[in-house]
Ligand binder design. Structure first.
Ligand SMILES: [Zn+2]
Length: 247
């Protein structure tokens, strides 16, 4: 398991909960001892795999946001490439799953997951991918980008009572067929003290284990990218719990 991380993800790049001071630091503290890899920013041609020039130009109007968002997309690409050989986690921000081809919102600027998966497919490293979105909120950007793409299975979980949630995820993972890699949009805002008020720390371990098991059908290829998760005091604890299940 490798953690993809850049010091610049600590920057408070805007005024939203994903950019809040201390959020990344809490996770970093919990992940001491893991091997870290520093990514490069995504190139503009990588952003263009998924986004329109006009959306990219709109993000560029704020130089700091563009710098950190390009690094987050680059971190996603690196995590996906590492996953061809071993599991990886992109400890990145801003998140991405609400960013579509030509619009963004919900604290997202570029769709990190969509860029990473599209690049792997373009580079012929994989043909098909399963994207599992466990964030509290619907991954509308990811859905829009891939809705007419038959090479992508998009499994979006809706927050609900924890036992039902885990049972549904298990069932849906077992039904998913034919993919070469699994990418997890790992939002932690489903946590019992976060906005979703549902899952406990150990549930994230269970989710990680389910993904690992599902990845047996794709040579173990799996990676996760940080999306939401705003209860800063405990955040690192359940990110770690998830990664222990995933590795
Ligand atoms: Zn969310």
């Amino acid at each position: 398991m490798k953690i993809v991380f850049h010091e610049k993800y600590k920057r408070v790049y805007t005024y939203d909960p994903a950019s809040e001071a201390g959020r990344i630091e809490n996770i970093l503290e919990a992940l001491k001892g893991y091997e870290f890899v520093q990514p490069e920013p995504a190139a503009e041609e990588d952003l263009l795999l998924v986004h329109t020039q006009s959306l990219i130009d709109s993000v560029k109007r704020d130089a700091l946001v563009f710098e950190v968002a390009s690094l987050a997309a680059g971190g996603a690409i690196t995590a996906a490439q590492i996953a061809l050989n071993e599991p990886a986690f992109g400890l990145i921000r801003p998140p991405g799953h609400h960013a579509s081809r030509d619009f963004n919102g919900g604290f997202c600027f570029f769709n990190n997951m969509a860029i990473a998966i599209t690049k792997l497919i373009q580079d012929k490293k994989v043909n098909k991918a399963l994207i599992v979105d466990i964030d509290l909120h619907y991954g509308n950007g990811t859905y829009d980008i891939f809705s007419s793409n038959e090479n992508i299975i998009f499994l979006n979980m809706v927050c609900q009572e924890r036992q039902k949630y885990l049972a549904e995820l298990k069932e849906r993972l077992e039904k998913a067929k034919e993919y070469d890699i699994i990418g997890v949009s790992a939002g932690f805002d489903t946590y019992e003290k976060d906005w979703g008020r549902s899952l406990k720390t150990e549930d994230y371990n269970t989710i990680g284990s389910m993904i690992k098991k599902a990845a047996k059908s794709c040579h173990g290829r799996r990676f996760a990218l940080l999306e939401g998760g705003y209860y800063i005091p405990h955040l690192g604890k359940y990110v770690k719990s998830f990664l222990q299940g995933l590795e």
